[in-house]
Design a protein. Structure first.
Length: 86
């Protein structure tokens, strides 16, 4: 599988998880990694999930937050959350 194809699948996973939540609700990147993992090795997907999130942010589809405030994913240190763009 090409890296881009893998990223597209992770993007779909992120969007599917967000669609299951109420408007404004967030998900953790680990939620997407766990949903996409074929086994218990979801941690290996954390950086690919962040890459997929970057792509979705660049297209204006999702926002990345910390403490309820929108942040730049590349400058974020520590836990982040993702939500559909308002």
């Amino acid at each position: 599988m090409s890296p881009r194809r893998g990223e597209e699948q992770l993007e779909r996973t992120i969007l599917e998880l967000l669609a299951q939540r109420r408007p404004g609700a967030t998900i953790c990147p680990s939620d997407a990694a766990r949903a996409a993992a074929a086994d218990d090795d979801w941690r290996a997907l954390m950086e690919p999930v962040r890459a997929a999130a970057r792509s979705l942010v660049a297209r204006g589809v999702v926002e990345v937050t910390q403490g309820g405030r929108v942040v730049d994913l590349d400058g974020a240190v520590g836990p982040i959350r993702m939500r559909s763009r308002r």
